[in-house]
Design a protein around this ligand. Structure first.
Ligand code: UDP
Ligand code: MG
Length: 309
């Protein structure tokens, strides 16, 4: 039977790792699988709990980072160390229902799909404002990047070896997984499910974190903001030029001296704002380029029970 590697990023998840492993064992008891826990610099007992599980089960592997590198880096490390013919990426808090696994495995093994991914159809139990912004993000992202990012798409997915190898070829430091998964293409089957709440522990996402994540995503997959700067610049130059001619004509024909402190202030502020915004957008791309050129590793492993050579 094909080996399934389950990649599980964990950050301060001491309460959930054991529940997770039990659930997976229950769901996949007959399947040949391994779990790769990535301890993403947790400050609690996560690593010890994982090690305990690994001592009891030979199919539990772990990688422990030297600090918190973020979920995206954890996913990358997991994919890199996965040996299965099929690889699954999954959250440890059981918000990604293990009950979908059999169908996902079936779809990639016996149907004509390379990826089976989960999609949340409801956002039950989530603040309304969060759902609203999330909806807006998908709309803007789709419009700007022309990439067909499926709304409610999660990182929860089962992929064939071929897809995993393609993702591993994308070695960028700024990793926006949702976009990367979409970017590599392949035949994807979407499996819908209702939102579930965490079994234990707390989410580490803040609103600020989500806003930053959205900007990262946009910058990573589109240079549209730069084009918008050029467009705005062009429009305002043309308008200013026309206005200049109007003023001159008015002065020559009617000797009408121009007045209007308000007009000056408004246009000054508006233009200043647009200029700063454009410089900001430019700076964002420069920042990303700067970080990419340093070519730093995406993660650093402190310890692991997988041979790293
Ligand atoms: N996670 C991680 N590193 C981080 C933050 C989160 O590995 O810096 C893991 C976390 O342990 C969980 C998954 O990513 O398995 C999703 O995190 P969380 O449940 O906090 O996010 P949400 O489900 O609220 O989007
Ligand atoms: Mg969660």
């Amino acid at each position: 039977m094909n080996l399934l590697s389950i990649v599980v990023p964990c950050f301060n998840e001491e309460e959930t790792v054991e529940i997770f492993s039990k659930e997976i064992n229950k769901t996949l008891n007959e399947h040949n699988f391994e779990i790769i826990f990535i301890n993403d610099g947790s400050g609690d007992n996560t690593l010890n709990n994982i090690k305990k599980l690994a001592d009891e089960n030979s199919n539990i592997k772990y990688i422990s980072f030297s600090r918190n590198f973020g979920k995206e880096s954890a996913i990358y490390a997991g994919l890199k160390n996965a040996t299965g013919d099929l690889v699954c990426v999954m959250d440890v808090d059981l918000q990604h229902p293990p009950s979908l696994l059999p169908e996902m495995i079936e779809s990639v093994s016996n149907e004509d799909y390379d990826v089976a991914a989960a999609r949340r159809t409801s956002r039950k139990g989530e603040p309304k404002i969060k759902s609203f912004f999330s909806h807006m993000f998908y709309k803007v992202f789709k419009r700007i990047t022309k990439m067909d990012l499926v709304e409610g798409a999660t990182d929860y997915r089962v992929m064939t070896r071929q897809v995993v190898d393609s993702i591993l070829q994308l070695k960028e430091y700024n990793r926006f997984s949702k976009g990367l998964f979409q970017w590599v293409g392949f035949n994807t089957k979407w499996i819908c499910y209702e939102n579930v709440e965490r079994v234990a522990g707390q989410t580490t996402w803040s609103y600020w974190g989500l806003i930053k994540y959205s900007i990262e995503g946009l910058v990573a997959f589109s240079t549209m903001p730069l084009t918008i700067s050029i467009l705005l610049g062009t429009i305002f130059s043309i308008v200013a030029f026309i206005y200049m001619i109007v003023i001159v004509i008015r002065y020559l024909l009617y000797s009408d001296p121009v007045q209007g402190f308000a007009t000056i202030m408004c246009s000054l502020l508006l233009l200043g704002g647009i200029q700063l915004l454009s410089i900001g957008a430019l700076g964002k791309y420069l920042e990303k380029t700067y970080i990419e050129t340093k070519n730093r590793p995406i993660f650093i492993i402190k310890e692991s029970n997988i041979d790293q050579n």
